[in-house]
Ligand binder design. Structure first.
Ligand code: NI
Length: 145
């Protein structure tokens, strides 16, 4: 099996607050990120697909198609948006990088399902020194406390 990764960037704003908590509770949980006027990030997204190399094309998937799918499923929806107000489910779920990575997995997983390749990982960089990896719901079974 071979893995291949396509990287894209998008810009979006958000704030991190739980609606059931008070302003001061949110501020102690999320710090400045809780301020409801929001702040922006230049997110970097890496979508990794795994599969077998097709003996004819030499590819595990059509990379132009992968780029188009990322644009359609993620960039068109997330880029230059205020996530809490414009991108469900973040009207009711905190747009942390963890939750964004899971949402992107769900969007991409719907469209990457071939017998020759499958979605392997979503890596989302929120800042140059912070990223989240999500390997799908099957990976959660290994972590039960
Ligand atoms: Ni932030």
């Amino acid at each position: 099996m071979v893995k291949i990764t396509r990287k894209v960037e998008f810009s979006a704003s958000h704030y991190c607050a739980v609606s059931d908590l008070s302003d001061s509770e949110n501020e102690s949980l999320f710090g400045k990120a809780a301020r409801p006027t929001g702040h922006g990030h230049n997110y970097v997204l890496e979508v990794t697909v795994t599969g077998k190399i097709d003996p004819i094309s030499g590819m595990i998937m059509d990379l132009k198609m992968l780029k188009d799918l990322i644009n359609e499923q993620v960039i068109d929806i997330y880029d230059h948006r205020f996530l809490n107000k414009e991108v469900p489910p973040f009207d009711r779920c905190v747009p942390t990088p963890e939750n964004i990575a899971v949402d992107i997995w769900k969007r991409m997983e719907k469209v990457i399902n071939s017998k020759n390749h499958e979605l392997h990982q979503i890596r989302l960089w929120e800042t140059p020194d912070l990223y989240v990896d999500y390997l799908g719901p099957n990976s959660e079974q290994n972590f039960q406390r």
